[in-house]
Ligand binder design. Sequence first.
Ligand SMILES: [Zn+2]
Length: 291
Amino acid sequence: MRKRSRKKKRKIFIPILVLIFCCVFTAMVARGWQEKQKKSKIAKANTADETVEINQSETTTEGQIEAISENETETTTAPETTPSPDEKIVYLTFDDGPWTGTPRLLDILDAYDVKACFFVTAQYMENDALVDMLKQIKDRGHNIGVHSLTHDYKKIYASVDAFLADYDAMDDIILKATGERTKLLRFPGGSNTGYNKAIRTELLQAVRDRGIVYFDWNSFDGDVEGKKGQELIDQTIKQVNANKHSILLMHDMPSTAFVHDAMPTIIERLKSDGYRFELLGMSTPPRQFAQ
Ligand SMILES: [Zn+2]
C-alpha cells in the first residue's frame, strides 16, 4: 500500500517538476528577447544620433538619452549647426600650420571657448611631432582640413594627379593623428588661384567626385600682406562685419606669430559686435571662388 502511494506521488511529482522547469525556461527566454529588443533600440538611437545635434536630447526617449550621453563622452568636438540667415556667425580658419607655436593659439581659443578649423600642412613640423600636434588640435575640439603637404604651388598644381597625391599624403598624416580622414580642403591660394588655371575645371570636378568640400573665405586678417597689430585687428573687424556669415582666413605659422597676440582683441570685438563663433565643418555652407 505504502509502496503504491509513493509510486503515485512520484507519478504526480515528475510532471509538476517538468511544468515548473518549462515555466522558468519560458520566462528566461522571454526576458532574453526583451533585453535584445532594448539593446537594438539603443543601437538604432546611436546610429540616428550621428546625424542630429547633441543638445536635442531634451525631446528624445529614455533609450536615446542613454545613447546620446555615451556619444557625448566619445567626442569633444562642438556640434556643427546650419546657421540661420539672420544670425551673425564667424568661422575662424587658420592656414599653413601647425608649428611649435600652435599650442599658444590653442590656449587662447580655449580661454574663450572658441573652436576653429585648421587647414594644415607639413611645412613646419614632421613625423611624430606633426602627428602629436594634429592630435592635440583635434582633441581640443577643433576641426582639421587639408591645405597641402608641401604647399609648393608649382608642384601641386602641375596636374590633377599631382594635386591628389599631395592631398592624400597630408590626409594620411591626419588619419594617423586623429583616426579619421578629413573631407575638408582649402586650396593653397584659393580655388581660383592663377596656379591652377590650366587644370581648374578638371581639378574641382575630381575633388567633388571624391566627396571633398573646399572652402575659400570672405574675410581676411591681412597677416601675409604685412598687416600687424591694430591694423590687422581693424581689417579683420571691418571685413568680418561686411558679412553676416563670415569665413575668416588667418595664418598660423612662424612668420605670422603676431596673429596670436591679436586674437583676444579680435574675439572680444566680434563678440561685442554680436557674432557667434561656429566651427567650420562639412555642414557649413561653403564659400567658393571657383565652381
Ligand atoms: Zn597657404
